[in-house]
Design a binder for this molecule. Structure first.
Ligand SMILES: [Zn+2]
Length: 332
């Protein structure tokens, strides 16, 4: 088993990567794995392809999520430079450097090698103390206390969409807000887009109506290798495996005392959790007025986690100043 997992890091970035899971639902790390990507010879097309070097490169490539050019499913780690390994190197180079940067080979100390070290290194283990639900109940409760408020934000979002669909005295304001966040005015199929957004918020409400089933604290360091804030399985709500949850980690401590911030994180994670098309939800991160968010296409916004979070908060409060806790990370 295993699945794509969307993870929020301390720096505000949120990435999608693969994780292994036990049948009981705990997420296991794979033990003592090498973390360095030092190689003695070249790896890839017409490379020296020493067993140890290939092994390290394969391992490092698997740590890179698809959004950063990693393989869509993990490649075989066997120390042999397979066709699959070439292709993955090519794909990584294309994602990082563009078509002209494809060499299909990783030379020690050269650009592809340096880039792979940098990107895969972002996913190394974070040092963190174990959490437990007895001693850290305050942390979990600190997030859960904001569930009712988060529901009011989602209700407000759904009401805005209904107003826009129905017409009448509130519709213009609602349409303006939908355009601001979802660029509906540029969407070729406004009505069905509105319906889709409405239904996605509806699924989120379903999750929030049963918080005990769907939220938990990372009490066994299951997210140690991937996140310090929160993580959610992509499409976990629709997964046949019923152990999928939205998991909070220590990094949420900052948000427990800030209602809007907590709701923003929860809605962001909910968007991953109710994803049905396996879009990763990270087309842009930040507030709606950030330049990276402004560049998103209407199609991307339908999937973008922070778009849902921002729209729901502004549906609740009205158009807001950019909150100080919003984090923007690099956009692709
Ligand atoms: Zn995310």
């Amino acid at each position: 088993m295993g699945g794509k997992c969307a993870v929020m890091l301390d720096d505000g970035s949120c990435k999608v990567e693969f994780k292994k899971e036990t049948s009981s639902g705990g997420i296991i790390s794979s033990g003592n794995r090498p973390t360095d990507v030092e190689i003695k010879g070249s790896v890839g097309l017409n490379g020296q392809n020493n067993f140890q070097d290939v092994y390290k490169i394969q391992y490092a490539l698997n740590k890179v999520p698809p959004i950063d050019g990693g393989p869509p499913s993990p490649i075989k780690i066997d120390g042999k430079c397979s066709q699959e390994t070439f292709k993955t190197i090519q794909n990584f180079e294309q994602k990082q450097f563009g078509l002209s940067g494809i060499t299909s080979r990783i030379e020690p100390g050269k650009s592809t090698h340096l880039k792979l070290k940098e990107v895969s290194g972002r996913y190394n283990v974070f040092p963190a103390l174990p959490l437990d639900l007895v001693n850290d109940a305050w942390l979990f409760a600190g997030m859960m206390q904001h569930i009712p408020f988060t529901k009011t934000c989602i209700n407000a979002a759904m009401t805005k969409i209904s107003s826009a669909q129905i017409g009448g005295m509130f519709s213009e304001e609602a349409i303006n807000l939908l355009n601001r966040h979802f660029a509906l005015d540029k969407h070729p199929a406004k009505q069905s887009a509105m319906q889709q957004i409405y239904e996605i918020y509806g699924f989120m409400l379903n999750v929030l109506n049963r918080p005990d089933n769907f939220f938990t604290l990372d009490t066994d360091n299951s997210g140690e290798t991937i996140s310090t804030v929160a993580f959610a399985r992509l499409g976990g709500f629709f997964s046949k495996e019923t152990d999928g949850r939205i998991v909070f980690r220590r990094g949420t401590a900052l948000a427990t005392g800030i209602q809007d911030f907590a709701a923003f994180i929860i809605i962001h994670e909910l968007r991953h959790f109710v994803e049905r098309q396996s879009e990763d939800g990270h087309f842009g991160k930040g507030w709606v007025t950030d330049s990276g968010m402004q560049r998103l296409t209407p199609w991307e916004r339908i999937f973008n986690c922070d778009t849902y979070a921002g729209f729901a908060l502004e549906a609740k409060h009205g158009v807001m100043e950019r909150p100080g806790w919003v984090r923007t990370t690099k956009f692709r």
